[in-house]
Design a protein around this ligand. Structure first.
Ligand SMILES: [Zn+2]
Length: 480
């Protein structure tokens, strides 16, 4: 039998606010355990939560960027469960009436232009603390609780079960990741857990319209692991069904070392949490004006910018996608074009030399020592024939090192391209005289030798001879 996987993702997006969602403590990562806490996030009796307005603003931005409706009156609920990293015995979340509802993202899928993935809801919630084991936990061998992370603001973005393969899941996840980092509401750091995802996976016979029982895989924190975890889980469920077994609804953990998932606990239902409206927090009322103000302030989103690069600047789709990988990269590109660079050439240099140089040095476009204006100046020197494309790479390296303008480097180092016919002719004469054998071969029909002569002339001119002139003159002279 053939099976159809059905996948939905719940993504936790940690918001990049300076302070926590219900108190004024810092959200900085990596501080001394329990140094960023107060009565509210420690869950001390009587301490009252106060909602951080920034969190609401970020949630609205996320909602509008994913085509959601913003709920005019949303409420916070208590999600009750026990765990040592949750001193209150409940997590403040949203259950009924979350802040954003009924959105979607269009993802590119093989064989079709776009596929629409529904977003059921986005809600705000607080993170729990975390358990630390071993050394950091204090004296003895026990475990400790670090509540620095408690009360850190999260958005949970819940998709419809519209994804049909691990590849689609990863494309969707990458798009969501791009949007929240682009908006500047999340740092996107998956290793530190700022962007992590739970995957609901089930399989059903192809052609069936009854969803299979699903398993939820918890806290997968890299794109690669998401793909691995989903693929393993799909195969595990198919094998189990084929062997006559039954899928049980459960929560499973992914083990990156073995690439497998294992059962953690039977899956709880919503009613197990005994959600009820938090009596310490009033309903959140968001006016139409507030939503419209936020909409006005939204930046041009990656998808829109890609389309503009294609329509207005004539870039191929591939280039437009690469150049909008981050907002900083897209800004750099546009600044280069604004400074007079040809769009395709600026794009090529960013995707080629600049990316290579950034990767070699393990740095990012934000700290690129060559400014977009300098890059445009360099391209102009190539366009006007002042330097060759090959020399331009030498000049670029020097710009990177010294920060000097390309024109200055060309003048200081005498790198001007030689287009003077008599100067190039004299080099060609010398080379032909020194390689009479090859001249004979060429004239005897071995045209491949031509490349050898071009190489020799360029070498003799230290790369400065104008390649077009060299080609023309060589052709003439070799014909004899
Ligand atoms: Zn606090």
């Amino acid at each position: 039998m053939k099976y159809q996987p059905v996948i939905g993702l719940e993504v936790h997006v940690q918001l990049k606010t300076d302070t926590k969602i219900f108190c004024g403590c810092s959200t900085q990562f990596g501080a001394e355990p329990n140094s960023q806490t107060c009565p509210v996030c420690l869950g001390l009796p009587g301490a009252l939560p106060v909602l951080n307005k920034k969190v609401v603003e970020f949630a609205i931005k996320a909602g509008l960027s994913t085509n959601c409706s913003i709920t005019p009156r949303s409420i916070f609920a208590r999600k009750n469960y026990f765990y040592p990293d949750l001193p209150k015995g409940y997590q403040i979340s949203q259950f009924e009436d979350p802040i954003c509802q009924r959105g979607w993202l269009d993802i590119p899928v093989e064989g079709q232009e776009n596929k629409r993935i529904g977003i059921t809801r986005i809600h705000m919630e607080e993170d729990a603390g975390k358990l630390v084991h071993g050394e950091l936990s204090g004296p003895g061998d026990g475990s400790g609780v670090d509540l620095n992370r408690a009360c850190t603001p999260l958005l949970e973005v819940v998709s419809e079960p519209d994804l049909r393969s691990s590849d689609e899941a990863v494309i969707y996840l990458k798009q969501l990741h791009q949007i929240v980092t682009w908006l500047g509401i999340c740092d996107g750091n998956m290793e530190e857990g700022s962007f992590r995802c739970d995957a609901n996976v089930s399989v059903m016979p192809v052609g069936s319209d009854t969803l299979g029982t699903r398993a939820e895989i918890k806290n997968v924190n890299s794109f690669k692991f998401v793909k691995q975890a989903i693929e393993y889980e799909i195969q595990r469920q198919i094998d189990l069904i084929e062997d006559g077994g039954t899928i049980v609804q459960e929560t499973r953990l992914f083990d990156p070392n073995s690439g497998t998932t294992r059962s953690m606990r039977s899956k709880e239902e919503a009613h197990d949490y005994r959600y009820f409206p938090d009596p310490d927090l009033v309903p959140l009322v968001i006016s139409n004006e507030w939503v419209e103000r936020s909409r006005q302030k939204l930046p041009e989103l990656p998808g829109q910018r890609q389309q503009r690069f294609i329509d207005d600047l004539g870039l191929p789709r591939y280039d437009a996608e690469v150049l909008t990988a981050s907002r900083a990269l897209a800004d750099y590109f546009e600044a280069g074009v604004a400074a007079g660079g040809n769009a395709k050439a600026v794009g090529n240099w960013i995707m080629g030399e600049i990316t290579r140089a950034l990767n070699d040095r393990g740095t990012s476009i934000e700290t690129c020592p060559v400014t977009p204006v300098q890059l445009a100046q360099l391209l102009k020197l190539i366009d006007t024939g002042t330097i060759s494309g090959k020399i331009a790479k030498t000049v670029f390296d020097e710009m990177w090192q010294s920060g000097k303008a390309p024109q200055t480097i060309v003048e200081e180092q005498g790198l001007l391209q030689v287009s003077d016919i008599s100067a190039i002719e004299s080099i060609i004469n010398d080379i032909m005289a020194a390689n009479a054998g090859q001249v004979e071969e060429y004239r005897g029909g071995k045209e491949k030798v031509f490349g050898f002569f071009v190489g020799q002339v360029m070498k003799a001119s230290k790369g400065k001879a104008n390649p077009t002139v060299v080609n023309e003159l060589l052709l003439n002279k070799l014909k004899g």
